[in-house]
Design a binder for this molecule. Structure first.
Ligand code: F6R
Length: 611
């Protein structure tokens, strides 16, 4: 998704903007641009990577000035080309804008403005914002805030906006609705950005904006105006506790590898403080014991890997808390007129907390008056702020497009929820809870031992990197984990991979198995191990290469499998947190063998803020 930065201060803005944008590359983009106020507002933008933009800025002799905005664009309206890149200026050139989000009524606004004689140069929805702003500007006495108020009344959709006017060489306006934007506080300078890493080199302090609040930034001041009354409001300052090195690669070739290695610590942060002698402590939850006891049904709603975590959650929560759990893809949930009842609970899972479909599902749940609980990583994100309760996954910043520690910590929270609800509902025996808590506490170290077997995964990857198809099979929790392992393979190494419930294979898909087809057989569930062994034999008999992932001690699989990876012993319900690790690393090394850009897989964006 698009990334925004803005700067006002007393030093060269361009350097800050280019460096800030580089910290937002993880969001995915296809073009980039900056606009800086010198004697006028000068804009330089280009299709391609930030290196292309930097080269263009240098070729034009640099761009000097202490006020500016920058943007990385992930095309939604109009092709990724120079003209559609942001920033976008009005026809007169007085107003220049960067935007993240989608203006849903842009065609209608554009037609209206064109009828008034305004000429558009791009295909974007964003250009209507700069043109509309300019259109109202004189009537509002060239007052930027008054003009923006008028513009906001006309906009439908989502937006984070940074706005410059040629009349104000000292100020930057910002506003957001349903798209992320933070306001960074510097000394003698201030910033806006789509995410914290963009400003972290300059400040650890920031404000969050609520929907439609307007922020006016100068070098010395930040004024935030209420969304309804436009009276100035005071805001708490958020302080980032991780420094810039946490948002950078820390010596690894790719963020994904760094984040895979951060999983033990992330999981420890996530579960450590919540597993206490007295049981599970989920201090931030307002959902009462009474409500837990009277629960009718839980709906888990998410997208992609977060949805996969939700499927693991279904097995765990149903087993421990004996309450039915439905798992929905957010993009389906919102349009299927879901049947919710007052004693239901909706759990929404998201790393970014900004995924458009998950946000829409949250709003649907709230519209129906259902209690909502967000499982989210990004502190202060839209999902976190709009849900009734939040459990942070505490993974730290996740930069690689393909999630690893985000997914891992989502599992961590779901395990905690299972234990917590099970205890409250009286469905979990204290001795079972104690044993599971002990196993959960041991998980981070077990994850570490698996990560350390690096050469094993490299060798497997080297052997299978040329393959075009793979299958990942499992039953129960193993099937849920297979989905995540399979997605990792698809998205970063571009191998066509499918996850299958192992018992379902022979109902059609087994016809795709050919000599040499890679089949990863995940078989950690004690009661299902024998069944999985039979399924592995079925594919082996058709020539598949079987890579088995089993618990320590399950050596009988060696008679069937070509290669076996053993995971440390844990409770069946917790096994997904372990089996996923070899699959992440095999996918990673296959991607490297195939020369793929691991951190920025083609066609993907980190934060999916459009439907
Ligand atoms: C895959 C991946 C995506 C996300 C999905 C939801 O590796 O990262 O499938 O899980 O886009 O994103 P969040 O969790 O930010 O809502």
């Amino acid at each position: 998704m698009c990334g925004i930065v803005g700067f006002v201060g007393h030093r060269e803005a361009a350097e800050f903007l280019l460096s800030g944008l580089s910290k937002l590359e993880y969001r995915g983009y296809d073009s980039a641009g900056i606009a800086v106020f010198s004697d006028r507002i000068r804009t330089i933008k280009t299709k391609g990577r930030l290196a292309d933009l930097r080269a263009k800025v240098e070729a034009e002799g640099g761009i000097s000035g202490c006020l500016g905005i920058g943007h990385t664009r992930w095309a939604t309206h109009g092709a990724p080309n120079d003209i559609n890149s942001h920033p976008h200026s009005s026809m007169s050139g007085r107003i220049t804008v960067v935007h993240n989000g989608i203006i849903e009524n842009y065609l209608e606004l554009r037609a209206e403005l064109e009828a008034a004689g305004i000429r558009f140069t791009s295909d974007t929805d964003t250009e209507v914002v700069s043109q509309l702003f300019d259109f109202y500007y004189d009537d509002c006495g060239k007052d930027m805030v008054e003009t923006l108020k008028k513009v906001l009344v006309r906009l439908r959709g989502s937006y984070a906006l940074g706005i410059l006017s040629t009349d104000y060489p000292d100020r930057l306006l910002a506003v957001r609705k349903d798209s992320p934007l933070i306001i960074g506080l510097g000394e003698g300078e201030n910033y806006i950005a789509s995410d914290i890493p963009a400003v972290l080199e300059s400040t650890s302090d920031y404000y969050l904006l609520n929907d439609n609040e307007i922020a006016v930034l100068t070098a010395e001041s930040i004024t935030i105006l209420d969304a309804q009354t436009y009276a100035p409001v005071t805001r708490d300052i958020y302080h980032v506790t991780w420094d810039i090195s946490a948002a950078e690669k820390g010596g690894y070739d790719y963020f994904m590898m760094k984040e895979i290695h951060e999983q033990p610590e992330a999981l420890r942060n996530c579960v450590g403080s919540r597993l206490t002698e007295e049981g599970i402590r989920l201090d931030d939850i307002t959902f009462s014991e009474e409500q837990m006891k009277n629960l009718n049904r839980i709906h888990i709603i998410a997208c992609g890997s977060a949805w996969h975590a939700g499927i693991v959650g279904k097995y765990v929560i149903e087993e421990l808390a004996r309450v039915p759990v439905e798992v929905d893809l957010a993009s389906e949930f919102r349009y299927r007129n879901p049947i919710l009842s007052p004693n239901d609970l909706c759990i929404l899972i998201s790393q970014s907390g900004e995924t458009a479909d998950t946000m829409a599902a949250l709003r649907e749940a709230k519209r129906q008056g259902i209690h909502t609980l967000a499982v989210v990583n990004a502190v202060g994100s839209s999902l976190a702020r709009e849900s009734d309760d939040v459990l942070y996954t505490m993974a730290g910043p996740e930069i690689a497009v393909a999630t690893t520690k985000g997914y891992m910590t989502q599992l961590g929270v779901l395990y905690l929820i299972g234990l917590y609800f099970g205890a409250a509902r009286g469905t979990l025996k204290p001795e079972t809870a104690a044993k599971l808590s002990k196993d959960l506490y041991a998980l981070p170290d077990q994850v570490r031992t698996l990560i350390e077997q690096d050469e094993v995964y490299q060798a497997i990857a080297a052997e299978h990197a040329a393959k075009e198809h793979a299958f990942v099979i499992g039953r129960g929790v193993d099937y849920a984990a297979s989905m995540e392992g399979s997605l990792k393979m698809k998205e970063i190494s571009y191998i066509h991979s499918e996850a299958y419930a192992a018992g379902e294979l022979k109902h059609g898909t087994i016809s795709l198995i050919e000599p040499g087809t890679l089949v990863i057989a995940v078989a950690t569930q004690d009661t299902l191990y024998e069944k999985l062994l039979s399924n592995a034999k079925e594919v082996k008999a058709r020539g598949a290469y079987v890579l088995a992932i089993v618990k320590e001690g399950c050596t009988s699989i060696e008679a069937v499998a070509d290669k076996v990876i053993y995971i440390p012993t844990t409770d069946d319900l917790l096994a997904a947190a372990l089996t996923v690790v070899p699959m992440q690393l095999i996918a990673y090394y296959i991607a490297i063998e195939r020369g793929c850009d691991v951190d920025k897989p083609r066609n993907l964006a980190k934060s999916v803020t459009v439907e």
